[in-house]
Design a protein around this ligand. Sequence first.
Ligand SMILES: Cc1cc2nc3c(=O)[nH]c(=O)nc-3n(C[C@H](O)[C@H](O)[C@H](O)COP(=O)(O)O)c2cc1C
Length: 238
Amino acid sequence: MGDQGLQLEELAKEWTPTEETILKRRSVRIYKKEQVPEFMVKRILEAGRFAPSAGNCQPWKFIVLRDPEVIKGVTDTTVGFCKLAKSLVDYRVPGKGWRLPLAKLSIKLKPGDMHPTPFGAVSYIADGKLGLWHDSPTVILVFKDVRGISNPDLDCGIAAQNMVLAAHSMGLGTCLVGFVKLAFQYTSKWKKYFGISYPYKFATSLSVGWPVGNPDGLVKRTTHPVDWYEDGTSKTIY
Ligand SMILES: Cc1cc2nc3c(=O)[nH]c(=O)nc-3n(C[C@H](O)[C@H](O)[C@H](O)COP(=O)(O)O)c2cc1C
């Protein structure tokens, strides 16, 4: 792991259990079929509810999915949109030049979605090479209340991360899953099913389940420089 690894090993001696959970948490993409006990999911939701939010608005609504047919239904809708996106705007396929103008327009309108990383994943999901919620037995959908002051997306992200960390501290695995927004953005089917209307909009979701093996652990991370101002001078730390 190089220098960063050595530094982490040194720091690890001082870690609190909270730091250990934060640093060792990894996204889990293979789950056991066994369901997560209800009381554990309730504790995870509680961790979400206790997240800080601007003005204490708590601009979120959580929905728990544990019916395999419903999870599959939302998955199928999302996969359908991934297939459509792949067939219309996959600008990377050689010999499909006619897609370029549409791809360029999409890049202008949705630059984040068309970035090669998520777009590559859209293609994998369309081809069934990457699962949506990775067959987790429990899914938590997070909807934002758009009336929340300041930035409800940020509040929902913090609540979701609280839930993720609570789950990992209990030995469970999670993966934040953003692609499912396709099932809520471009069709009203699932909004109707879950009774979602103004002021709620999809924010994010997480898969929750018992991990196969133990994927949690330290990995090498890119260290972005941090500028530090103190005593009238500045330094950069890594
Ligand atoms: C907002 C957000 C959306 C994400 N969406 C997905 C997703 O749709 N599918 C997936 O497999 N992983 C998704 N991830 C997980 C990231 O790929 C993962 O956090 C990242 O690669 C770092 O790996 P780690 O979580 O194991 O540290 C998402 C993460 C975040 C924060």
